[in-house]
Ligand binder design. Structure first.
Ligand code: YXS
Length: 259
């Protein structure tokens, strides 16, 4: 059974997360369907994409599928991790992707939303950056996604507290584009998609790629990168990382020891 509903209407494509049983957790299978649909949209020269969940969801996406995270001794967010592949697919897709959000967004799904080009949410929407809640060592390019979306101070607050940020505040700090009432969300999002689709697709695709290259152009020395990777290994080899994953699966509060 499909985990993503794929629709097109003229030059506009829609991807609907449709695995409510697991709150649209970004499992390997669901991510594979999203990536395949984006490849098909590229082939069909779709000019604007709306990424959404089924209407009425309480949880837009619960983030990375925790059941698919290693329990230690391996980088949980390595290059070929589905979440990493999804973020890259979104960032390199030639057409703008509008994230149309209702409900709560968690962990890697927050990064997925922020990797989209435009974010439109309802006042009830919240975003929670959760690595610290689970003891996960988030990866370098993922932290860059957050840093491109909000000031360093806001990123630190979201990362260190793991507390949800409401859509109104997220808009106020420039992390998302618009907050509109649920009753207007669909019309507002698709009006913007139609506006984009009526513009010059080549110009838009090149500007999107220019902005991706320029936003990611941060000088990180090989030594600096290796240091960060080494620090991340300390985390994913730690007691606390294994404890965070186990606590989630056992539906209990984690007991972190700082080692
Ligand atoms: O117990 P069953 O089998 O019915 O399954 C439950 C949950 O275990 C499952 N589920 C998930 N399964 C895998 N990965 C997930 N991320 C995930 N989230 C939920 O879905 C079934 C229904 O969940 P339940 O009973 O908790 O629903 P609820 O309505 O009471 O609560 C909804 C949430 C979203 C508040 C709650 O499910 C929740 O807190 N989920 C985890 C949110 C989270 O921490 N996500 C981060 C995942 S890790 C990640 O994204 C990155 C690696 S990182 O952390 O570094 O950013």
């Amino acid at each position: 059974m499909a985990l993503v509903e794929v629709r097109t209407d003229g030059d506009i494509g829609t991807l609907v997360l449709d695995n409510g049983r697991k709150h649209n957790a970004l499992s390997h299978a669901l991510v594979d369907e999203l990536i395949a649909a984006l490849a098909d949209f590229r082939q069909r020269e779709i000019r604007a994409v709306v990424l959404r969940a089924q209407p009425g969801v309480k949880v837009w996406s619960a983030g990375h599928d925790v059941g698919e995270l290693p329990e230690g001794r391996r980088d949980p967010l390595g290059w070929d991790d589905p979440l990493r592949e999804l973020v890259r697919a979104i960032e390199t897709h030639p057409a703008p992707i509008i994230a149309m959000i209702e409900g709560t967004v968690w962990g890697g799904a927050v990064e997925t939303v922020l990797a989209c080009d435009i974010v439109i949410a309802t006042p009830e929407t919240t975003f929670a950056v959760t690595p610290a809640r689970l003891g996960v060592p988030y990866n370098v390019s993922g932290m860059m996604t957050f840093m491109s979306a909000a000031s360093l101070r806001v990123v630190k607050e979201l990362a260190f507290t793991a507390a949800p940020i409401g859509a109104e505040r997220a808009e106020r700090v420039g992390m998302i584009n618009h907050v509109v009432p649920l009753s207007d969300l669909e019309t507002f999002s698709y009006d913007m998609a139609r506006t984009i689709a009526a513009n010059a697709p080549l110009s838009i695709a090149v500007m999107k790629e220019q902005l991706r290259v320029l936003a990611g152009a941060k000088p990180v020395s090989p030594r600096g990168f290796e240091k960060v990777q080494g620090l991340r290994r300390v985390v994913y080899d730690s007691h606390d990382y294994a404890e965070g994953i186990r606590a989630f699966k056992e539906k209990r509060a984690p007991r972190y020891l700082g080692k």
